[in-house]
Write a protein that binds this ligand. Structure first.
Ligand code: SF4
Length: 382
């Protein structure tokens, strides 16, 4: 039986200016004509996709990027209308998140989003230190975050997440602690804390290669990670995934779809989908994306068949990201396989190393294993 897709991701490939120094997501500086080009191509992508993909009534919709709010109010309205005229939604389950970059937010855009069914905002704050924000190449400063946050609350948004990054060269533990304290004082419902990843071919990697910036050693990154976990849990947030914390009832259900390894659809240039056994990534190039769709083809840059063995390994890796771990009963019902038997050697190796533990029918990372999860996960791959 085909599993219906109930989670949709839509990639909006624009940001409000030059790219952040560390970013390797597909995004272009926003230009109004390209915004129109994107919307035309997206409409064609939707109609071709819904004709073939097993899309059910949506439970979660996530508008990411890029910066969706770099579109004009008229374009945002067009996008919301397009989405709602194309997909059904499950009212009782409904979670609709939009990623926000603080400098792009206005009261007008917020009210459009609210009226358009958006009920969760994810604000890319990253830091409350202007010096760090400038070094990151962000286009906002701390004051913009406060302003965006206040506008969002005034507009009636009751579910707000803040994204924060730690481990930026030059950022001290004390500086990170201040950012955490400021985030806590705002009282968002959800927080994502990401360790800086140095991606190749970014201005950040060029500065590191040239010796202008020095990355933190892994022990310092680990110290910043556990500092965040401890400060935020002490403030009442629950660490439910390696990098995500929330107040009760505010876990990100869209991202849980990925971590449970359930099917999802991704639309827009650069977006990935997984359903009917295939993972497909749409081409990360706006012109090629538009031209393909104008010719009646969905331009895909990568297509991979995910066989049963790979799906099993990916489910383990994604489930391990959740602090509750892998539900061993659910795993055996899904795959007809006893995980502890099949991966006996790997499981025993990491239990002995103190990185994994078995508790009440779940296999999960220990506190020590949280920061070293990559090492454990790699060992489950076929
Ligand atoms: S706002 Fe986000 S998507 Fe845009 S350049 Fe910065 S990190 Fe990349």
């Amino acid at each position: 039986m085909t599993t219906k897709i109930t989670s949709l991701y839509v990639h909006v490939p624009f940001c409000s200016g030059r790219k952040c120094a560390y970013c390797d997501f597909f995004s272009l500086p926003y230009r109004e004509e390209e915004g129109e080009q994107y919307l035309t191509a997206l409409a064609a992508d939707i109609s071709l996709t819904v004709a073939t993909a097993p899309v059910g009534s949506l439970h979660t919709l996530y508008l990411g990027g890029g910066t969706p709010t770099s579109l004009t109010p008229a374009q945002l309205e067009k996008l919301l209308t397009l989405l709602f005229s194309s997909f059904d939604r499950e009212e009782k389950e409904w979670e609709f998140t939009v990623e926000i970059s603080p400098e792009t937010l206005t009261a007008e855009k917020l009210s459009l989003l609210k009226e358009g069914g958006v009920n969760r905002l994810s604000i890319g704050a990253q830091s409350f230190d202007d010096r760090i924000l400038a070094a990151m190449g962000r286009r906002h400063r701390a004051v913009d975050i406060f302003r965006a946050y206040e506008l969002a609350r005034k507009a009636g948004f009751a579910s707000i997440s803040l994204d924060l990054i730690y481990g930026f060269p030059g950022q001290s533990c004390a500086n990170w602690e201040k950012t955490l304290a400021t985030a806590i004082s705002l009282a968002p419902e959800h927080l994502s804390v990401y360790c800086l990843q140095v991606e190749p071919d970014t201005p950040l990697s060029a500065k590191i290669e040239a010796g202008i910036l020095t990355p933190h050693p892994q022990e310092e990154e680990a110290a910043m990670y556990y500092l965040a976990v401890d400060k935020l849990t002490a403030a009442g947030y629950q660490l439910y995934e390696l990098s995500n914390l929330a107040r009760p009832g505010f876990f990100c259900r869209h991202n849980l779809t990925y971590w449970y390894n359930r099917p999802y659809l991704g639309l827009g240039p650069g977006a990935a989908s997984w359903y009917n056994g295939y993972r497909r990534t749409r081409i990360a190039d706006l012109n090629a994306y538009s031209q393909g769709l104008a010719a009646g083809i969905i331009p895909v840059s990568e297509e991979e068949y995910i066989d049963r063995e790979t799906e099993m390994a990916e489910t383990i890796i994604l489930n391990l990201r959740l602090t509750r771990g892998i539900d061993l009963t659910a795993f055996s019902q899904r795959f007809g396989v006893d995980l502890l038997q099949k991966y006996k050697a790997t499981v025993e190796k990491y239990i002995q190393a103190g990185l994994l533990e078995l508790k009440e029918g779940y296999l999960r990372l220990t506190r020590q294993g949280l920061f070293l999860s990559g090492e454990v996960m790699r060992d489950f791959l076929p």
